[in-house]
Write a protein that binds this ligand. Structure first.
Ligand code: UD1
Length: 369
């Protein structure tokens, strides 16, 4: 009997994480994967380009939930997912990361009593203001298989009372994707397309709700950019949420006034990794980018008060810059002057995380049907 596994994805970082898992599953003749795309991200540049570049199979189900408040988005996802799960009756459900689609998938699995596997379990910012933290906590506590990327995540889960036998330290599937695509992105040299010089520009990304939906915080970050861009060019692929908020807060003029700030449309996976790998510094509030820069050995400053990925600070190239203008500017200039951490690659960030995950899941007993 085949092991039927539903994989649920919805957003850009989910696609990057599921790609190596789908590829690995294809090597197992006894596993029947079913891919569900919730539609949380739906634009070509936020979704389809990732399927193309990462050779992710076409989803078996597209729920098309689209935009809306987070509660409505979750509710709609759960309603449609219930029908899919009832129809398919899988042996297992896999969710990845910490986005709303992850939680929706986890709750449906729990309600319908389908064993759940959470890839990237145990990360904690200890800040419940973050939607993602709520998603992580709830997802982990209804999971049967908790796959962690770094030792701190395993520790967090044990402290929360999750039995050790459910926790597996497997490494980082995001790095699997990066390594699988290394030859491709190394060829691109995307900086040339924007007339930039290697190691002489900053890549900026901002999308975190707590940052960009708050006028004062976003304003403070823009204030810091005014000073940093006097020293070096900053290229900024602008996330759709941030684009909306910049318009809403009437910040467009402030951006136009910064001559060395280059806002551009979101980039595909290979282009983004290429641009980051040749940058002098990456300024970001993303979680995944803290990990990718650590792997690439590129200095990263995280524009947040904390990180749920402490290994990128302890071992990697990441530093927490906070949200105050003076601190962001000071830390950036420090790095521009050559004072950056060397950094090491964390254990098991070696391209084999998906292999480890599938070895474990393959031992799962299919349900008697
Ligand atoms: C989501 C995740 C975040 C992740 C990020 C990656 C949650 C709580 N947040 O944030 O953890 O790091 O994705 O990008 O799940 N939009 C478009 N086109 C799209 C997608 C979104 O215009 O293809 C718009 C939406 O209509 C919405 C805004 O962007 O107004 C935000 O989208 P949403 O999915 O709510 O969350 P993200 O900010 O993308």
């Amino acid at each position: 009997m085949k092991l039927k596994i539903i994989c649920i994805v919805g957003t850009r970082p989910n696609f990057i994480k599921i790609a190596p898992i789908m590829q690995e599953m294809a090597r197992y003749k006894n596993i029947a994967p079913i891919l569900v795309h919730t539609g949380q991200h739906y634009d070509y540049e936020m979704s389809k380009v990732f399927f193309q570049e990462l050779s992710i199979p076409k989803p078996d189900y597209e729920l098309g939930v689209g935009p809306g408040s987070q509660i409505r988005q979750n509710a709609r996802t759960m309603e449609s997912l219930e029908l899919v799960v009832q129809k398919e009756r899988p042996d297992l459900i896999i969710v990845v990361g910490d986005v709303n689609s992850t939680l929706a998938g986890a709750l449906v699995a729990a309600r319908l009593r389908i064993p759940l596997a959470h890839v990237e379990a145990g990360l904690r910012s200890f800040n419940l203001e973050m939607q993602e933290e709520v998603n992580r906590l709830l997802t982990d506590h209804v999971s049967e298989y908790l796959f962690t990327t770094e030792p701190s995540a395993t520790k967090n889960l044990l402290k929360e009372g999750i039995p050790r036998k459910k926790i597996f330290f497997v490494g980082n599937v995001m790095i699997d994707s990066l390594l699988k695509n290394r030859n491709k992105f190394l060829k691109i040299k995307k900086y040339k397309k924007f007339n930039l010089q290697k190691r002489n520009y900053i890549v900026l990304t901002l999308h975190r709700q707590e940052n960009v939906d708050n006028k004062q915080i976003l304003g403070e970050i823009l204030d810091s950019l005014v000073l940093i861009q006097e020293k070096i060019k900053i290229i900024w692929p602008v996330h759709p949420r941030t684009k909306k908020q910049l318009k809403k807060f009437k910040f467009s003029n402030r951006i136009n006034d910064m001559k060395n700030l280059m806002p551009i449309a979101p980039l595909g996976y290979l282009e983004m990794i290429s641009l980051m790998s040749d940058a002098r510094l990456v300024l970001t509030d993303s979680g995944g980018i803290q990990e990718e820069t650590t792997f690439l050995g590129v200095p990263c400053l995280t524009v947040r008060e904390e990180t749920e990925r402490p290994i990128t600070v302890e071992l990697g190239t990441n530093k927490i810059a906070g949200l105050e203008k003076t601190q962001i500017v000071k830390e950036s200039i420090n790095i521009l002057q050559g004072h950056s951490k060397k950094g090491k690659i964390p254990r098991y960030w070696d391209g084999n995380a998906a292999k480890r995950i599938l070895k474990i899941l393959n031992r799962h007993e299919p349900r008697k049907k």
